[in-house]
Design a protein around this ligand. Structure first.
Ligand SMILES: *Cc1c(COP(=O)(O)O)cnc(C)c1O
Length: 466
């Protein structure tokens, strides 16, 4: 049934909505929270097992049927969704069941979004609508920008840094040690000189180190990756301080290029205090469409200045278009998903999502702190960084990402208080076992999240007796 339902004329989306999810069509004022109908089961489920699948010849399959395998898979995913708290994906996808009939078509947006294809099966009309929305958000005139819907934040970074390098061919790439690994990947792919700038404990770029390196390399242009919400700690590099540092070091506007990697926070910050704007001398901004916005497939949005991409555009006769993108064929479904989600949510929906995430992140942080657990939450961030749980099984159960002695919970719009309560209860119970009521010490994370946030036996005492 699953494999065939798209071709039924009387297709009924709710028929394929996973068990426990609300039926589509329930969005009221862009409020998706109402749609979360999943309940946390009291017994934590175990991580999913490898299905050890193979492709079988039709008629020669003596295992479960194709549909049976798919149903089983969907069932496991549905159970595990309440334990998906370690990575920045928005899990409110119910409304997308309405878009399932689109899977009958191959939609391909290859080439420039602003030029129509000779083939009808594309969604560039939707793509341009989405791009215009982001251009408005980041304050650049419609006739001044260029952009496209990418395959994800990484492709946006690869594109932004490429635009910078084409404008300033012998530029040095500067990025902080907390920036996303795709930035170092770009440096490697493009064989650029790369300066890795130190980061402060909260994850923000160390501006004095930036200054020292800018002064050292004077005479060569600077291509700077500014992270608006670092991947692990959710820290926001201060664009204004970076611009001021460039000025103090004597870099004029034709000697630098700034790419803003706003993968996660690009759709959070504009609704609190807008610092991402093309009114400042920045070159490009990118977000991931599957993070805060919540597209079920990876995608992203890249916006840059129109005047910059002439350098990159190549006429391609085969597709009767010009191409300044990185990919050839581009996913024509994702622009429709983005358009649908943006239109259904609207500014009010985003404001609600942002507020709920901040409230829930603060709630989680406070509860952990009260329980004597090391924890840090940056301003403008929904990432709660905590001490690394001692047990691998716990980490797998909650699908956490760990770095050194830290783990984090990313409090995305789909994460409810119930889910957080379930996590806290489980963590507190497990910690009793791991630390045997204080006979074994939890890790010291002072060097990772700062002594003031560390609740290890040494720093806790420090904290109480000043
Ligand atoms: C997730 C992330 C990326 C990469 O985005 P993908 O969509 O996963 O390619 C880039 N930068 C930051 C800061 C991120 O958090």
């Amino acid at each position: 049934m699953v494999s065939l339902f798209f071709f039924f004329k009387d297709f009924e989306p709710s028929a394929v909505t996973p068990r426990g999810l609300a039926p589509p069509g329930l969005i009221v004022n862009g409020d998706f929270s109402e749609m979360m109908r999943l309940k946390v089961s009291s017994t934590p489920t175990t991580p999913r097992k490898n299905l050890n699948l193979s492709v079988t010849e039709p008629g020669k399959n003596d295992g479960p049927s194709l549909d049976g395998t798919l149903m089983n898979y969907i069932d496991t995913l549905t159970q595990r969704i309440n334990y998906h708290i370690g990575y920045p994906v928005n899990i409110c996808y119910e409304h997308y069941a309405n878009l399932a009939p689109l899977l009958q078509f191959h939609l391909n947006n290859c080439g420039d979004p602003f030029l129509q294809n000779t083939v009808d099966f594309h969604s560039k009309d939707f793509e341009v609508a989405v791009l215009n929305w982001f251009a408005d958000l980041w304050e650049i005139e419609r006739d001044q920008y260029w952009g496209y819907v990418t395959n994800g934040g990484t492709e946006g970074n690869l594109h932004g840094i490429l635009v910078g390098r084409e404008l300033l061919p012998d530029g040095i790439l500067y990025a902080s040690k907390e920036s996303h690994y795709s930035v170092a990947k770009a440096a490697m792919m493009y064989r650029m000189n790369f300066e890795n700038i130190n980061a402060s404990i909260n994850g923000e770029m160390d501006y004095s180190d930036l200054k020292a390196k800018l002064l050292q390399n004077k005479g060569k242009p600077a291509i700077i990756n500014v992270t608006i919400g670092t991947t692990f700690k959710g820290a926001v590099d201060d664009l204004d301080v970076i611009l001021q540092t460039l000025e103090e070091c004597g870099y004029t506007q034709d000697q630098f290029y700034i790419h803003c990697d706003a993968a996660l926070n690009g759709l959070i910050i504009p609704f609190i205090k807008n610092m991402i704007t093309f009114k400042k001398p920045i070159g490009s901004v990118t977000i991931s469409g599957h993070k805060f916005l919540g597209c079920p497939m990876p995608c992203g949005v890249q916006i840059t200045r129109k005047s910059y991409i002439n350098n990159l555009s190549r006429r391609v006769e085969y597709i009767a278009s010009v191409d300044a993108t990185i990919s050839g064929s581009r996913n024509g479904l994702t622009p429709i998903f983005l358009w649908y989600s943006l239109s259904a949510k609207g500014q009010i929906g985003f404001q609600k999502d942002v507020k709920r995430c901040f409230d829930n992140a603060k709630y989680l942080k406070d509860r952990l702190q009260q329980a004597g657990i090391s924890v840090m939450l940056n301003e403008l961030s929904i990432i709660v960084v905590l001490e690394r749980p001692r047990d691998h099984e716990f980490v797998r159960r909650w699908q956490l990402s760990c770095v050194r002695d830290m783990a984090h919970v990313i409090v995305m719009p789909g994460i409810t208080r119930e889910t957080l309560d379930g996590f806290i209860t489980d963590l507190l119970q497990q910690r009793k076992k791991w630390y045997q009521d204080g006979r074994i010490s939890p890790p010291c994370v002072a060097s990772d999240i700062g002594p003031q946030n560390c609740a290890c036996s040494y720093h806790k005492i420090d904290f109480i007796i000043p």
